[in-house]
Write a protein that binds this ligand. Structure first.
Ligand code: BV8
Ligand code: ZN
Length: 243
């Protein structure tokens, strides 16, 4: 891929870089995205599964859907796109990854400053008393675990539709977007708020916005640079060209 000289220059002159990632960056690790044609939600309705109402109506169905996703995620590892971001982080003193992903592949790849906006699929807690549930999960056990403290239903520690994002994480994400010289939006359809607002916050505060996505998104018209390719191919090539 050819990168515009102005893009390379902006990155070589930047001090503060912020990266928003979505399911697309994990696609080349073998984890399905949500809204792509073969995505998780091509067959299932997200509102029924990744939502409080969905869990309250069908707790076992939702619990087992997450266990199926855990099986996939357990067998995956970071791809060249994740590792390129680890290399990129070394070039800047002020570098943050804000991820919507729950797979922890950024952390597994070695990224240090990762802000998780939508929680993670590894941890669980009680739906009623919120107490963390630390017992090992048997991914083949269809039975929904119950809270040892209050008998409540155990749920994955992800952020569902209609649920507020973790306050500290969102506040920090908005701060890094406001301060960024360069803001990347990588592998996200820019559909889900408030995460999707971050590139606009960055742009309005003067950042250069770069989109890395093989497809057009709602953000594309606002981006200063568009790298129309997959993250595992574009990011390693880009990082190689930087000082
Ligand atoms: C909230 C859970 C306050 C974990 C998820 C109307 C307007 C604005 C907002 C709303 C509205 N109506 C409702 C809302 C709020 C709602 C929302 O934004 N809805 C949208 C759909 C309109 N948001 C919320 O509810 C949030 N909370 O607002 O709280 C509140 C409080 C009380 C009452 C009301 C409001 C909570 C949002 C979090 C929801 N949880 N997941 C899980 O099960 O995973 S969202 C889900 O979508 C995932 O977390 C995912 O991260 C997120 C975004 O999806 P993407 O990551 O972008 O993935 P997607 O498949 O969409 O796109 C993939 C992209 O990758 C594509 O562009 C594709 O081209 C690209 N790609 C593919 N391959 C590659 C690639 N890119 C690079 N390389 C590749 N190889
Ligand atoms: Zn409980």
């Amino acid at each position: 891929m050819n990168f515009e000289h102005k893009l390379i220059e902006a990155l070589n002159n930047a001090n503060r870089v912020a990266i928003l990632t979505g399911a697309g960056i994990s696609a080349e690790s073998g984890i399905k995205t949500f809204r792509d044609p073969d995505g998780l939600w091509a067959k299932l309705n997200p509102a029924e599964l990744a939502s409080i109402d969905g869990f309250m109506q069908n707790p076992e169905t939702v619990w087992n859907w997450y266990n199926e996703r855990r099986k996939v995620i357990q067998s995956t590892k970071p791809n060249a796109g994740h590792f390129a971001l680890v290399e990129l982080e070394k070039k800047y003193d002020n570098f943050h990854i804000v991820t919507q992903n729950i797979d922890r592949l950024h952390q597994m790849a070695g990224s240090k400053n990762v802000i998780e906006l939508h929680g993670n699929i590894i941890e669980n807690h009680c739906f009623d008393c919120k107490k963390p549930y630390l017992k090992e999960i048997n991914l083949d056990d269809k039975e929904l675990p119950k809270c040892p403290k209050c008998g409540g239903k155990i749920r994955p520690s992800v952020v569902w539709f209609g649920e507020s994002l973790p306050f500290e994480a969102l506040k920090k994400a908005e701060k890094v977007a406001l301060e960024a010289d360069v803001f990347f939006s990588i592998g996200t359809s820019s559909e889900v708020y408030p995460a999707a607002a971050l590139p606009y916050i960055a742009k309005n505060a003067g950042a250069i916005v770069i989109e890395v996505n093989p497809n057009e998104t709602k953000l594309s018209s606002e981006a200063d640079f568009i790298l129309r390719g997959t993250s595992a191919t574009v990011l390693p090539e880009l990082v190689k060209l930087l000082k």
